[in-house]
Design a protein around this ligand. Structure first.
Ligand code: PAF
Length: 280
């Protein structure tokens, strides 16, 4: 059944209150729309363990440090609701700007520590925007569990820290990255790649896998990283913002996979910023 589209905060709150009075566990999947199989896997994960599932769609202006990126962000609400129907999502919550940031809104949520590297450095203000909107969506939906993709692993850590620090009674669940058949991590921004570019963009994942294999064979990370950057440059990639090896808990920089670690990358290709990460 096609989910109910709810735009009104009061009506959403009344609905959630009734669910909770009936003892239902409520799950939320925050999104900015343009849903792809990655988002649908989060909704399915929520459906599997929650009695009620809300998917939120809000293109959050506060997390875009590039106005062009905000303007170009795909908006496909009707198609999005149709994609959620087979999963059995109960409500798609689509607040307008004033419902999330009413006149006079003056609060920003800043998470220290895990935001002080990678996207926190390359996208100034991005994680403040994310933490602020997610705090609002958590309190507006009053959900018991929230589902986020590991594709945005740093975001997942930021949201976990924020919810814990603000005593928001919600369990934040991380779910595996969903990939295209060629290995490219699914992202709404992939819609902006050309047909040929879509194939070349998969090289990023191939190179990360190559680094992971090299680390397993004992090769030094710095050598592996330089080789990967050369391969990306040769394939026509633009700026490589970072290819880092970091600890999974606090994102501390590592030079060998001496404890649970992940490889993280952000690179530009065809004017699209691609990010990816894999466990090593
Ligand atoms: O990952 C996203 O799509 C966004 O950062 C989120 C979590 C929906 C907040 O706007």
């Amino acid at each position: 059944m096609t989910p109910v589209i709810e735009r009104d905060l009061g009506a959403l709150r009344a609905r959630v209150k009734a669910w909770k009075q009936a003892g239902d566990v409520v799950g939320v999947v925050p999104t900015m729309g343009a849903l792809h199989a990655g988002h649908l896997s989060l909704a399915a994960a929520a459906r599997a363990v929650c009695d009620r599932v809300i998917v939120t769609i809000f293109v959050n202006p506060k997390q875009f440090n590039n106005p062009e990126d905000l303007a170009n962000y795909p908006r496909t609400e009707v198609e999005d609701a149709a994609k959620l129907a087979p999963i059995g999502v109960d409500v798609v919550y689509v607040p307008d700007g004033a419902t999330v940031y009413p006149d006079g809104f003056s609060t920003t949520v800043t998470v220290e520590g895990v935001t002080e590297c990678m996207d926190g450095v390359h996208r100034p203000g991005h994680f403040e925007g994310v933490a602020t909107v997610v705090a609002k969506l958590f309190t507006q939906t009053a959900a018991d569990k929230a589902f986020f993709g590991e594709k945005d692993f740093q975001q997942l850590l930021v949201v976990k820290r924020m919810a814990a620090d603000l005593d928001i009674p919600i369990e934040v669940v991380g779910c595996p990255t969903i990939r295209e058949a060629n290995g490219l991590a699914m992202s709404s921004r992939n819609l902006r790649l050309s047909k040929g570019g879509f194939e070349t963009a998969a090289l990023l994942h191939t190179e990360l896998q190559g680094i992971a294999a090299g680390l397993r064979d004992g090769e030094p990370f710095a050598v592996l990283r330089d080789r990967a950057i050369e391969a990306l440059n040769a394939a026509g990639y633009g700026e490589v913002e970072y290819i880092d090896l970091r600890g999974v808990n606090n994102l501390s920089l590592l030079w060998a996979a001496e404890r649970p670690a992940r490889l993280f990358a952000a690179v530009w290709f065809e004017d699209v910023r691609l990010i990816d990460n894999i466990a090593v």
